[in-house]
Design a protein around this ligand. Structure first.
Ligand code: AKG
Ligand code: FE2
Length: 413
C-alpha cells in the first residue's frame, strides 16, 4: 500500500478568490453519512453497540471529508445555550462601535477581545466580518518578565475581555458556559477519535492535556500542563459600508479559504448560508445550517499527528454585501496544550485495519491524485521539536498586527 504520509492535500495557489474554483451542486447536508448522533456515544461504555456505531460513522467522516454535522450535543439540545448565545451575540453587534471597542483586542496582550470589521485578512485578501475572540479564561501565567520574553507564547494564557452586565447582560456567564461545554465535547470526541484510529487511550488526548512524556529525554515543563482553547463569536454584516468602513469592491469574501489551525472545531451557525468546504478535487460544497446540529471539522494539528488520515478540510464563508440580513456564527477551537510537542503517530504501526482500509478506499477514489485545495500544504503544522505555543503564537501574530504593534514589536520584524 502507499505509505500513509503527512497530508497529501496539495497547494493549488492559482486562484484564491471565492468564485475562482468550481462550486459543486452537491451539498454536504444531502450526504446522510455525514450526520452523526452524539447521543449514541457513551465514553463510559465504548464497546456498546451504539458507541461502536458512532465510532464507525466518525471514522468515515474524518477520512472522507473532515466535516460533519453532530446532532444532540449539549450545545443544541436540552438547554437554552444556543438561543442565549445567539441573542447575546446579536445584542453585542448592535451596540455602538465605541462600546464594542471598549474591549478592543489591540488592548490585550493575550489576543482576546473585539476585532473590528476590515481588520482581518486571509491569504492576503480582506475578510468581511467582525468578531470577539476568547480563550481559556485564566489568570496570566505568573512568571518573570525574562521568561515571558523568552517564551512569548505564554502570554496566550490570560483573561478574556467581557462587557459589564449593565452594557451586555450575561456576557461573561453565557460565554464561559458555552466555552466549558464545548471543551467537554471536544475531549469526548477526542476519545472517540482514538477508537476510530485504533490507538491506545490518551494517545491523542495527551496532546490536549500536555501530559505526554518529554521528548528525547528532555525535562517536563516546570510550568506543568498548559491546556488551551479559543473561540470566536462572529458577524458577517450586510451592506457596502460597515461601521464607516467600506467593503472591498465586489468582494464576497466573508472569510477566505483556510484550514483551521488547531485540533478540532465546533461551529454553530445562524440560518443564513455561506459556509463552503472544498472536496478533494477542489470543488466547493455548500454546508448549509441544519437545525439542532453543530458542525465539526478538524484542524491542522490533528491532521499532522494522524499522518494526514484525519482530514483538515479547507473551508470559507462567501457572503455578499446584498444579503438581506447579517450572518452570525460561533466557532470554538480546541488546540494542543501550549507546551505539547506534536510528534506524529506511526499510522502503519498504530492504526487499526478499518481506518487503513478506509484510507485506501479514499485513495482509490482519488485515483492516486493529490488532494487539491486552496491552502498551502503544512501551512501551520506544529513540529516535533518546538512547543506548540510557538506555532499558536506565530498564527496569531500573522492575523493581528494591531496587537503586535502594542505588545510584541521586539519579537516581530
Ligand atoms: O463562520 C463560519 O461559519 C466559519 C468560520 C470559520 O471557519 C473560522 O472562523 O475559522
Ligand atoms: Fe474555520
Amino acid at each position: 500500500m502507499t505509505p500513509v504520509v503527512a497530508t497529501s492535500r496539495s497547494l493549488n495557489n492559482t486562484e484564491t478568490s471565492p468564485s475562482a474554483t468550481p462550486t459543486s451542486a452537491a451539498s454536504l447536508a444531502s450526504l446522510s453519512e455525514y450526520h452523526l448522533d452524539y447521543s449514541q456515544w457513551d465514553p463510559s461504555d465504548t464497546t456498546s453497540d451504539s458507541s461502536q456505531s458512532f465510532v464507525r460513522a466518525l471514522r468515515r467522516a474524518m477520512v472522507g471529508i473532515g466535516f460533519f454535522y453532530l446532532h444532540n450535543t449539549p450545545l443544541d439540545s436540552g438547554s437554552n445555550r444556543r438561543s442565549s448565545i445567539f441573542s447575546l451575540t446579536e445584542r453585542f453587534f448592535q451596540l455602538p462601535l465605541q462600546d464594542r471597542l471598549s474591549i478592543d483586542m489591540d488592548n490585550s496582550r493575550h489576543f482576546r477581545g473585539y476585532c473590528k470589521f476590515g481588520d482581518e485578512r486571509t491569504q492576503s485578501l480582506q475578510d468581511h466580518r467582525d468578531q470577539i475572540d476568547y480563550g481559556t479564561h485564566v489568570k496570566p501565567i505568573a512568571v518573570d518578565e525574562a521568561v515571558l520574553r523568552s517564551r512569548p507564547y505564554l502570554n496566550l494564557y490570560g483573561p478574556n475581555q467581557f462587557l459589564d452586565d449593565d452594557i451586555l447582560p450575561g456576557h461573561k456567564d453565557i460565554m464561559l458556559d458555552w466555552f466549558d461545554t464545548a471543551n467537554e465535547i471536544s475531549m469526548q470526541l477526542t476519545r472517540a477519535l482514538e477508537l476510530a484510529l485504533g490507538v491506545r487511550e490518551a494517545q491523542l488526548s495527551q496532546f490536549l492535556t500536555g501530559v505526554q512524556s518529554p521528548v528525547d529525554g528532555e525535562q517536563k515543563d516546570s510550568l506543568g500542563p498548559l491546556p488551551y482553547a479559543r473561540m470566536k463569536t462572529i458577524r458577517y454584516p450586510a451592506g457596502e459600508v460597515v461601521d464607516g468602513i467600506k467593503r472591498v469592491d465586489g468582494s464576497e469574501q466573508g472569510v477566505g479559504a483556510h484550514k483551521d489551525s488547531g485540533w478540532l472545531t465546533l461551529l454553530s451557525t445562524s440560518s443564513v448560508g455561506g459556509l463552503q468546504v472544498q472536496d478533494f478535487e477542489g470543488n466547493w460544497l455548500s454546508v448549509p445550517h441544519v437545525e439542532g446540529s453543530t458542525i465539526v471539522n478538524f484542524g491542522q494539528q490533528i491532521e499532522n499527528v494522524s499522518g494526514g488520515i484525519i482530514q483538515s478540510a479547507t473551508h470559507r464563508v462567501v457572503f455578499p454585501a446584498v444579503s438581506p440580513e447579517p450572518r452570525y456564527s460561533m466557532a470554538w477551537f480546541s488546540f494542543p496544550a501550549l507546551n505539547a510537542r506534536l510528534k506524529p503517530l506511526d499510522a502503519l504501526q498504530d492504526f487499526n485495519d478499518e481506518v487503513i482500509n478506509l484510507w485506501k478506499e479514499a485513495e482509490a477514489r482519488r485515483q492516486g491524485k493529490e488532494i487539491i485545495c486552496d491552502v498551502p500544504k503544512g501551512d501551520l503544522f506544529g513540529t516535533h521539536t518546538e512547543n506548540f505555543g510557538w506555532i499558536a503564537f506565530r498564527g496569531l501574530v500573522r492575523s493581528h498586527p494591531g496587537v503586535v504593534k502594542q505588545f510584541y514589536t521586539d519579537f516581530v520584524e
